[in-house]
Write a protein that binds this ligand. Structure first.
Ligand SMILES: Nc1nc2c(ncn2[C@@H]2O[C@H](COP(=O)(O)OP(=O)(O)OP(=O)(O)O)[C@@H](O)[C@H]2O)c(=O)[nH]1
Ligand SMILES: [Mg+2]
Length: 441
């Protein structure tokens, strides 16, 4: 998308250059295989925003345009999607040859490496000859257990047996048979596997080259099992990934990983900046955007909210939450994402002295937390007396201050729990965030 340069040096938007820019964007998105209708909607929205919104003081017109394009694309891609370390049963679904089996192995090994947990995979593809052998070979030399019954023709039975045998595994990943969208027998099989496995995640594996078919394919699988995440494969090739964007736009299931090769290590966590750069064919997009702090805070607010919904609440989360509430501008942003009940309605009405006290606490908490290990921040319940002593010494405060911090965390956590248990709140939250349960970071 070269023609962003046409705004260079311009101070005011004129309709002509907006049209020109929009045309270039449309071309780039269509070349990347983003869905035609979705491309039209997106470019029209950006055109409108270009005409209606003035750049913030100090922001060049060119950068302003890039910011708009970027935030609109990030809006489609959704907030960063992270994965719980354990207690997951994952179902891999997708069309023939998209990379399900390879990705099953990659993701299994990723979980084991990243989180050091016990991972097992189940080969439930009874249609592709040699699928079990393929999966076993891919995982040779890793600590991932591979379950399969090469002679059995009943996929549901294999899954049942596999789950029983590996019930001590922290994470189980099930590879399923490739299908084209017309085959009813395979559809029934997939639904049965999905039901019996009680999968917490259903990842749609989609080849970056799939193109305009991506949206309808994604919709089909979404209707069958309820897709919770997307994995884009073969991004080491020339495809720009617009099809994957259509899939995400259709299902609302964000991209979690991307595959960049045939080997087991060729898997990356999804990064929206990289993806957008590639989609637009623009090199590194980071240098071209300059989002106002407000925009970033908004992203942070979304991320935090998502985390709170996941039921995990670490010291770092508490800190972020406090930091955000102490900033008035951010607070408004945060509140605009949250139902009033979230902070008991009280936070936005904090008095000046309350805010000052909060800032003081924050400063002290930061010092104390600097003396903690990452693990301690993630799992504050580990902090028993000897660790508390060490941290107090390390940060030059008394032990009581460390305990106060933990007390504050405990209280905040209870509050979060309370809200999580509140069904009305949950429903409100989920429809607002369009996220699924069980997402953690
Ligand atoms: N270059 C590249 N090749 C990949 C990637 N992922 C998978 N492949 C290759 O794509 C081909 C198909 O991959 P599989 O994992 O067998 O795909 P599948 O979806 O399980 O296929 P079926 O079981 O036949 O439906 C294999 O040759 C893989 O090595 C990737 O990220 N990059
Ligand atoms: Mg396969």
């Amino acid at each position: 998308m070269g023609s962003i340069g046409l705004l260079k040096g311009k101070r005011k938007v004129d309709e002509e250059s907006v049209k020109e820019l929009s045309k270039a964007l449309r071309r780039a998105l269509l070349e990347a295989d983003f869905n035609v209708r979705q491309t039209k909607e997106l470019t029209e929205r950006i055109e409108r925003r270009m005409m209606e919104e003035d750049p913030l003081p100090g922001v060049k017109l060119q950068t302003h345009a890039m910011n708009l394009i970027y935030t609109e694309l990030v809006r489609i891609l959704g907030p960063p999607r992270n994965i719980r370390p354990h207690n997951e049963t994952v179902l891999m679904v997708g069309l023939y040859g998209q990379g399900k089996t390879t990705t099953t192995a990659k993701v299994a090994d990723w979980w084991r490496r990243k989180h050091g947990v016990k991972v097992a995979v189940i080969e439930a593809d009874v249609h592709r000859p040699g699928a079990f052998q393929q999966l076993k070979q891919l995982l040779e030399g890793t600590n991932v257990s591979v379950y399969g019954e090469p002679e059995e023709k009943d996929a549901v039975k294999i899954v049942k047996n596999g789950l029983k045998i590996h019930n001590a595994a922290d994470v189980i990943i099930i590879d399923t048979a490739g299908r084209d969208s017309l085959d009813n027998e395979l559809k029934d099989e997939l639904i049965a596997i999905s039901e019996i496995s009680n999968a917490t995640e259903k990842f749609l594996v989609i080849d970056a080259q799939v193109g305009q078919a991506a949206g309808p394919v994604a919709q089909t699988f979404h209707d069958l099992v309820g897709v919770t995440g997307t994995i884009v494969t073969k991004l080491d090739g020339t495809a720009r990934g617009g099809g994957a964007l259509s899939a995400v736009s259709t299902t609302g299931a964000p991209i979690v990983f991307v595959g960049e090769g045939e080997r087991i290590n060729d898997l990356e966590k999804f990064e929206s900046d990289r993806f957008i750069s590639r989609l637009l064919g623009m090199g590194d997009i980071k240098g071209l955007i300059d989002l106002a702090p407000g925009d970033l805070d908004e992203q942070e607010a979304l991320r935090l909210t998502q985390r709170l919904m996941s039921g995990r609440f670490t010291l770092t989360d508490m800190y972020t939450q406090m930091e955000m509430t102490s900033k008035i501008g951010t607070m408004d942003k945060l509140l605009s994402h949250l139902p009033d009940s979230m902070f008991g309605g009280g936070m936005s009405n904090m008095s000046k002295s309350q805010k000052q006290q909060m800032q003081k606490n924050l400063d002290q908490y930061r010092v104390i937390m600097d003396s903690m290990t990452q693990q301690e921040k993630d799992e504050p319940h580990l902090l028993k007396s000897s660790r508390i002593k060490r941290i107090a010494r390390g940060s030059g405060v008394d032990e009581k201050s460390v305990k106060d911090l933990l007390g504050h965390w405990n209280k905040s956590k209870k509050m979060m729990r309370g809200m999580k248990g509140n069904r009305k709140f949950r429903k409100q939250m989920q429809s607002m965030m369009d996220i699924d349960d069980g997402i953690g970071m």
